[in-house]
Ligand binder design. Structure first.
Ligand code: ADP
Ligand code: MG
Length: 699
């Protein structure tokens, strides 16, 4: 249960005076729909209203707060003209006070008379302009009574906005939101607090919302660093709980005699790389111990993860247990089946495949074979984890291409085989620091080597203006027997236009390549998708126009050319994944990155990195440097490991501190029962990382 102290900030934003239905909807897209979401919404800029010179010293175009006396009203001659109000400065240094004109379009004379009566003294704040030799201010941001002078001379935070939500609105709501935050106890270790010079959470948040200079907006400013640490600590602590929980569940000792594995290794047409061997040893060691395995295997595209998974599963099968491997898509599940089933056939093992497409009798039979233990290895999509799927004795679960699944799924996963070992494989190279934030609950192995015979990909960066040259080159390639992908750009705003762009490209290429072109996109039914992929694999289709659905794992060794349209719109990690598709064969392949204008400096730099290296880890590090962590993990799609306050390109070092801190907490106060523990519990709920602790205390 959420600690009571947090209730006020977990209320809906409509509990704030002035936030109506419409604003609530806009706010929930901008920040979230709870009070706490608004509190996490930090200023991105400032308006400095502190300057109030005499007009003689003023500079056109700046923001000033000025004391003035109203001299005259000049109502407009027609509706098109503005209402003007002539005022005179009231300034101790103005020996001869100058005048300035306030300009208002489309206002009611009534309100002007009320706010700026002739003869009255007022304070105005806004942008001062020099117009035809005279000073003017159109639509001052503030008009107030002169006693508010000092109050108005402040620095105003400028928040990230969205259409329909003005900065004024947010500035009005924010104090109310901040007032709802109760004084929270300190959860940070007192030594660390002292060492870093941090203030309390409440004060840090308050200061973060009242920046006094541009420096205060920096993620490296003291209050923001403290808030980032809070978020990282919540993240690391929840992962540490998840880890501890899975540790405490007993696993079982899996130690086969090796007869199946040996047979597979001797019949493989290649030697395992040293990296594969090392990672396998790490996995076998986990399987052998009595605690449950929870291990992440990271390996670049083409590093040979499938065979590693198979050998781990065979270890379980040697012990007369079952194993399962789950892929994120139907196509990938089938691909695994095609690789794994023939090998297992020769071993006399039975492999089943279960996806959303298995229906009726056939499905029933499969499930009963599974429950009876006739099936040794089951391959499938998330359909594997449907209610009615029961194993006879599941001892090893492999999840392929994990970044498509989330931490929650991982936590709930082991239900099928309570003591089953879990192996997670991902091809997304993730910098070490980010591994901690996303997979801090797991052990970690890296296949840091690709099989030696792979030829490098010839990567070129080409302007979209040269597209017809590209098409001609493609024609020659295809005539000489190559197969090629044409990847269409991601259009951020709507999936629909994404698809429209791909269809358009498909049609224009069809005019040149005729029957040789196919189209595959995310909106197709699985069966249709598979059909197109199969025809591409068989060579009935030679040029495949695709949206990013081909991104993950599809294996067509004959495809040696890839064109990526508007490559600058893709994340580096995504480009790397895509390019991996054409590294499957031993033939040399080429990748053409087409870019459009305008191309920013960063975008150019990113494309150059793609040209210079094929090392996924290097690419991932660079990507992190160039645009921060969220993109790498594809968090925008999966919604996990997204930080509100921490920025991994700035706060990386803090993560390690938080990691150590979390470990210590789990060891010394596993029930969070000390007074610091109580505070940490609040922290977990504050950042909505409470799921781990809920399941922890329940189980
Ligand atoms: P990924 O890590 O991207 O999933 P796969 O497991 O699909 O890679 O392997 C890619 C290809 O490399 C497959 O055709 C596989 O048979 C082959 N392969 C795997 N390991 C080796 C190796 N040690 N030497 C040569 N080829 C290998
Ligand atoms: Mg794979």
């Amino acid at each position: 249960m959420r600690p009571e102290i947090l209730h006020p900030v977990f209320m809906g934003l409509n509990t704030i005076k002035g936030v109506g239905e419409r604003s609530l909807k806009l706010l929930s897209n901008l920040a979230g729909d709870k009070v706490i979401d608004l509190l996490w919404h930090l200023p991105a800029n400032i308006i400095d209203r502190r300057s109030s010179p005499s007009l003689r010293e003023a500079v056109s175009g700046r923001i000033y707060t000025l004391k003035v006396r109203v001299i005259d009203h000049l109502p407009p001659k027609t509706k098109k003209h503005p209402y003007r109000v002539v005022v005179e400065e009231v300034h101790p240094q103005a020996v001869v006070p100058e005048q300035l004109t306030l300009v208002f379009f489309k206002v009611y004379a009534d309100s002007i008379h009320k706010n700026l009566p002739i003869g009255a003294e007022r304070v105005i704040s806004g942008k001062l302009d020099n117009f035809n030799g005279g000073w003017q201010m159109s639509h001052p941001d503030f008009i107030a009574k002169s006693e508010d002078f000092e109050k108005l001379k402040s620095v105003e935070p400028v928040y990230p906005l969205t259409a329909g939500i003005t900065n004024k609105m947010i500035c009005k709501w924010m104090p109310t939101a901040l007032a709802k935050l109760p004084q929270l106890p300190e959860w940070i270790d007192s030594h660390l607090l002292k060492q870093k010079g941090w203030n309390s959470f409440n004060s840090s948040l308050l200061v973060a919302h009242h920046p006094q200079s541009l420096d205060d907006l920096s993620p490296a400013s003291l209050p923001r660093v403290r808030l980032a640490y809070d978020e990282l600590l919540a993240n690391q602590l929840s992962l540490a709980f998840a880890r501890d929980r899975s540790r405490k569940k007993n696993g079982r000792i899996i130690k086969g005699n090796g007869h199946l594995r040996q047979k597979v290794i001797t019949t493989l047409p290649f030697q395992l790389t040293n990296a594969q061997k090392r990672v396998l040893e790490e996995i076998y060691a986990d399987q052998e111990t009595e605690t449950k395995m929870l291990r992440l295997v990271q390996g670049d595209v083409g590093s040979g993860k499938t065979i590693v998974a198979l050998l781990a599963m065979l270890n379980a099968v040697e012990c007369s247990c079952q194993a399962a491997i789950m892929a994120p898509t139907e196509i990938l599940a089938r691909q695994h089946f095609e690789t794994i089933a023939p090998i297992c056939d020769t071993l006399g093992l039975k492999v089943g495949i279960l996806t959303g497409r298995n229906k009726g009798k056939e499905r029933k039979k499969l499930l009963s074979d599974l429950a009876d233990g006739f099936i040794n290895i089951l391959i499938g999509t998330h359909a594997l984890f449907q209610e009615d799927v029961t194993f006879n004795d599941l001892a090893c679960v492999v999840i392929d291409e994990q970044h498509r699944f989330g931490v929650q799924q991982r936590l709930g996963l082991s239900k099928k085989g309570d003591r089953a070992d879990v192996l997670v494989m991902t091809a997304t190279p993730i910098p070490r620091s980010l591994v901690l934030t996303a997979y801090g609950d797991m052990d970690y192995s890296q296949i840091d080597e690709v099989p030696p015979e792979r030829k490098p990909v010839d990567t070129r960066v080409i302007s979209l203006e040269k597209i017809s040259d590209v098409v001609h080159a493609l024609q020659r390639k295809i005539i000489s027997g190559s197969r090629a992908y044409w990847v269409c750009p991601l259009v951020e705003e709507s999936e629909k236009s994404d698809l429209a762009a791909a269809k358009e490209r498909f049609e224009s290429l069809q005019k040149i390549f005729g029957e040789d072109v196919g189209l595959v996109h995310g909106k197709m039914k699985d069966a249709e998708k598979d059909d197109v992929m199969t025809r591409f694999k068989n060579g009935d289709i030679k040029l495949l126009v695709a949206t990013t659905v081909i991104e993950v794992g599809v294996n067509v060794p004959e495809a040696t050319v890839m064109v990526i349209e508007h490559a600058e719109r893709f994340g580096l990690a995504q480009l790397h994944q895509l390019r991996g598709r054409i590294k499957r064969g031993i033939e040399a392949s080429s990748c053409l990155l087409l870019y459009g204008y305008p191309l920013s400096e960063t975008a150019r730099e990113r494309l150059n990195i793609m040209r210079e290296t094929e090392n996924g880890f290097l690419i991932a590090e660079k990507d992190l440097e160039l645009r921060g962590g969220g993109e790498i993990l594809g968090t925008r799609q999966s919604g996990f490991c997204s930080f509100r306050l921490a920025d991994m390109s700035v706060h990386k070092d803090l993560l390690h501190v938080a990691h150590q801190d979390a470990k210590l907490i789990i060891n010394t106060d596993p029930q969070l029962s000390t007074s610091r523990g109580e505070a940490l519990r609040i922290l977990l709920y504050l950042f909505e990382r409470d799921n781990a602790i809920k399941t922890y205390t329940a189980g």
